[in-house]
Design a protein. Structure first.
Length: 411
């Protein structure tokens, strides 16, 4: 905790170094952009988009794992906050609850025809509070010629048929499926097998129910010599190892999101295809769906310039270009139409996915769930032990957010 506070203080101190530039009249102030673009997108952002702006932009890349904490503290502090921030959609409920965001002007919200899934993520209780910049979530990514030449019954209708297909493709050092040992990935399989995580609206915790315990046991069996997925490498190398194996052909299908496409594609989405992750019981979406949003805080010094930059970042031409080169899934109808077949496939796959609960707790669920999953895969805990611990942690989390947790057996 002390290290986290020190890190936040350092970021705010670095921003304060430009305080002398913030005092003159608005046209001479730099516009502060805080973001979490991936390395490829960041290079492109700095090389092209920001260089074309009439306003000078001070761009700060925040580490994703600390970004929400840094942003929240800055908005509470109100002295060194950004003018524009790119956030994960799961952060929006907390920021809205803080009453820390400006509502986009009518001319901004009407500037594009937003896709309905994107607009829903950018809104709370029907009010649009953000500009949707990208859609994301989990889907099955593979080479377009793989299934055509495999004789598999594709697309898989259930998660069990997906794993059966992965088993057929796993042989001689080649794996049929790559999955990360992460709570976000586990949610997809848990839901597909009929379980769920939490319902903040009712205070119901589902994470330690028998179906969740069984799901985690089965999830852990996916990895290693007897599984259909490669053994987990070090956490910081897992994504890179999956990308390397996929490009080399030793991994046939990857369960991942648009953020991984630039690494998986090696510079071009040509030859790649996307298949929806199978739905769960009763036709409900299993894979989580999310997105990235652009928000302007109330403490922004240059809100008009910030909204102008936000619109530049979601222009249909830019979205289409990044879709074709980096796998971005556009948030506008025109961007999607011009973005090419791969982006359109990804969008159709994400339409069958389902967002996490629209509640501040969603952004914090994986802080406890992912380590528990890692422990089970490593053999350091049973699934029942690990998920019992997650239940205790989530009970405390929900109570901090004012949610009364229903005990097991409550009506």
């Amino acid at each position: 905790m002390r290290a986290a506070r020190t890190f936040v203080a350092l970021v705010l101190a670095l921003a304060a170094c430009h305080a002398s530039e913030d005092k003159p009249t608005e046209p001479t102030q730099r516009l502060r952009l805080w973001h979490t673009f991936n390395p490829t997108e960041t290079r492109e952002l700095n090389r092209t988009v920001l260089n074309r702006q009439a306003t000078r932009v001070e761009s700060t890349l925040l580490p994703f794992g600390r970004a929400q904490t840094i942003l929240v503290q800055a908005l509470e502090n109100k002295t060194e906050c950004p003018d524009l921030a790119r956030i994960d959609a799961t952060w929006l409920p907390q920021l809205a609850g803080m009453d820390a965001l400006r509502t986009p002007p009518a001319e901004v919200t009407a500037a594009h025809h937003w896709l309905p899934e994107a607009l829903a993520l950018a809104s709370i209780d029907g009010q649009q509070l953000a500009i949707p910049q990208a859609l994301d979530g989990l889907a099955l990514i593979h080479h377009s010629n793989l299934i055509r030449n495999s004789g598999l019954d594709w697309p898989p209708k259930t998660v069990d048929s997906l794993l059966a297909d992965a088993r057929r493709m796993t042989q001689g050092g080649t794996y049929g499926l790559a999955v990360r040992r992460d709570g976000y990935w586990f949610v997809a399989l848990l839901r597909a097998w009929g379980g769920d995580v939490v319902d903040p609206a009712t205070g119901q915790l589902h994470i330690d129910e028998p179906i969740a315990v069984e799901a985690l046991e089965n999830f852990a069996k996916l990895f290693g010599p007897k599984g259909v997925a490669p053994s987990p490498s070090r956490v910081e190398r897992e994504a890179a190892d999956h990308a390397r194996g996929f490009r080399a052909g030793t991994i046939k299908v990857v369960l991942d999101g648009p953020w991984a496409v630039s690494a998986l594609s090696n510079g071009s989405v040509d030859g790649l295809a996307v298949t929806p992750f199978p739905k769960g019981p009763h036709g409900r979406g299993a894979a989580p769906r999310g997105g990235q949003l652009l928000v302007v805080p109330k403490c922004a010094r240059r809100p008009k310039a910030a909204w102008k930059l936000a619109l530049a970042l979601v222009s249909p031409a830019l979205q289409a270009d990044w879709a074709k080169r980096y796998g971005l899934v556009p948030t506008t109808r025109r961007g999607l139409q011009a973005g090419g077949s791969f982006a359109q496939q990804f969008y159709r796959a994400l339409k069958q996915a389902r967002p996490l609960p629209r509640h501040p707790v969603s952004a914090e669920l994986f802080d406890d769930l992912t380590p528990a999953i890692t422990a089970v895969i490593a053999g350091d805990a049973t699934a029942k032990e690990a998920l019992a611990g997650v239940r205790r942690a989530w009970t405390r989390l929900l109570r901090r957010h004012g949610v009364v947790v229903r005990d097991e057996g409550s009506p």
